[in-house]
Design a protein around this ligand. Structure first.
Ligand code: NAD
Length: 476
């Protein structure tokens, strides 16, 4: 995983002013302990309206922050991907809020006792978000947080200041600070923010920062959801359609220029398919791009530091003997560009000592490793920390079974990339080093709710059973 980012912006909020906002939200929460479905739907509808009315401005803002970011891509990955979970929450929140009847132990139910679970808002949720999807990773979580009836304080990334400022302004115009508050600032502000006594803290970002988040949250026993990244493998199985696998791998690598927590990080390809995979990968890139330097459909790397980090990864692999294939269809000169576009790059047969096989790449670089026996695939995945996503291409039932049963990852997509995360009805989250906790859809509602256990005693149980539990004890 790459290291935590160094902030360039001033630390806008003092710890004291954050405490005051938290207190304001808490007071308001006491007045409205359990918002009804209509109140929750109204809040969600206001989010939808913000997105629909400001989608072009938001896409422009994200492009400004990245130097250049494809507007069409932003409409899919940030606007559409925010609207859908909010619509889903509006449609289902009433059903999600319903109490769940549960069984009592025998024979209490027969004697009239009842048990149920009621989902209660947790209270105030803190939400720290990263720069790579600066709109989606605020509005997506808000769908679950607001559907569950919570108040929320958001700390957006300092590396997308244009988008973060616009989102702060739009939320302030449409929500009272008691409902949603935005706290801007860099790592120092983030550190103070993560020490606040929230009722829950959602952090999306780097593993290196997550350790600080856990330590800070522990001070107040704040429960956390950590949405991290990692090295998500893409496996080309023995009977895979190689062109499909290569096309999907390249899509995962060029979308947001590979700055995607779920991007396939490296490929494991059956040895007899390696050459075909490399050829098809280049053909698929060629179909998408005739040039790259000024192509509006290709996004930039967020900043110089990350551009240099990616350059260093490729140089390290080159120096250690890997074959490097850069995709530069129009032979353009990338040395003096105004922004940070990085060439899509394949690294063939990397070894474990190369940095590119140790760190999360988070850019348009794909190491491609071949294997002879499928057992090597399982072994390779086990050598690395548990990934966020895993992609298998092929139809071999034994291989699919091996992948599903013998590896542990946040989620899996078979015969495509990313798609498990796009399903409103599947939990999204990591496991081990790729995170803890999950949200999206009903799982998000539950993650941001307290499942309160409630037992109703019946008179007959009380009279005939409960009394027998009190001394003086008799034989019966
Ligand atoms: P980052 O961890 O550097 O920053 C994320 C947020 O944390 C920012 O708002 C930042 O200001 C804040 N922060 C930084 N230092 C902090 C500290 N000491 N205490 C508290 N907050 C602090 O991550 P990034 O570079 O913005 O994002 C990239 C990472 O996020 C990648 O690892 C990627 O895989 C991961 N990611 C995960 C998901 C997911 O849903 N699982 C989605 C997107 C990105």
């Amino acid at each position: 995983m790459y290291e935590a980012s160094n902030t360039q912006v001033s630390e806008a909020h003092s710890s004291q002013s954050m405490q005051q906002i938290l207190e304001l939200q808490r007071q308001s929460l006491y007045q409205e302990a359990f918002p009804c479905a209509e109140v929750r739907i109204d809040r969600l509808a206001r989010l939808l309206q913000i997105l629909r009315e400001n989608k072009f401005d938001l896409c422009e803002a994200m492009s400004d922050d990245f130097g250049h970011r494809s507007i069409q891509q932003s409409r899919i990955t940030d606007i559409g991907a925010s609207i859908e979970p909010i619509k889903h929450a509006i449609k289902h929140v009433k059903a999600w809020m319903k109490n769940e009847s549960r069984k009592t132990i025998f024979p209490l139910g027969l004697m009239g006792a009842r048990a149920r679970v009621e989902y209660q808002p947790l209270g105030i949720v803190g939400c720290i978000s990263p720069w790579n999807f600066p709109t989606q990773l605020i509005f997506g979580p808000l769908a679950g947080i607001l559907a569950a009836g919570n108040r929320v304080m958001i700390k957006p990334s300092e590396f997308t200041p244009v988008t973060s400022n616009l989102i702060e302004q739009l939320l302030a115009e449409n929500f009272a600070q008691e409902e949603i508050a935005v706290i801007q600032g860099g790592a120092e502000t983030g550190a103070a923010f993560s020490r606040l006594p929230f009722d829950h803290l959602l952090f999306t970002g780097a593993k290196s920062v997550a350790t600080h988040i856990l330590t800070a949250a522990a001070e107040n026993l704040v429960p956390v959801t950590l949405e991290l990244g990692g090295k998500s493998p893409l496996i080309v199985g023995s009977d895979a359609e190689v062109n499909t696998a290569a096309a999907c791998a390249m899509l995962g690598k060029i979308m947001n220029a590979g700055q995607l927590c779920l991007a396939p990080d490296y490929a494991l390809v059956a040895e007899d398919k390696l050459n075909e995979f490399v050829v098809k990968a280049q053909q698929n890139l060629q179909m998408m791009y005739q040039d790259l330097l000024n192509n509006p459909d290709y996004s930039s790397i967020i900043n110089q530091r990350h551009y240099q980090r990616l350059t260093d990864l490729v140089n390290d692999a080159r120096e250690k003997g890997a074959e490097i294939i850069e995709f530069n269809p129009a032979n353009e000169d990338f040395s003096n560009q105004p922004h940070y576009r990085f060439l899509p790059t394949l690294i063939l047969n990397p070894t474990n000592d190369m940095l590119v096989m140790q760190e999360e790449i988070f850019g348009p670089i794909l190491p491609v490793k071949s294997y002879q026996k499928f057992e090597e695939v399982i072994a390779c995945i086990h050598q690395l920390p548990r990934p966020l996503g895993l992609y298998y291409f092929g139809h071999n039932k034994t291989e699919i079974d091996q992948v599903l049963k013998r590896t542990v990852s946040g989620g899996v997509t078979i015969n495509d990339v990313l798609m498990h995360a796009a399903q409103d009805d599947l939990p999204f989250g990591g496991v081990g080093a790729s995170g803890m906790g999950a949200y999206h859809g009903f799982d998000g509602f539950k993650n941001f709710s307290h499942a309160k256990a409630i037992y109703f005693q019946s008179k007959s149980v009380y009279n005939f059973v409960a009394k027998q539990m009190r001394p003086p004890y008799k034989k019966s």
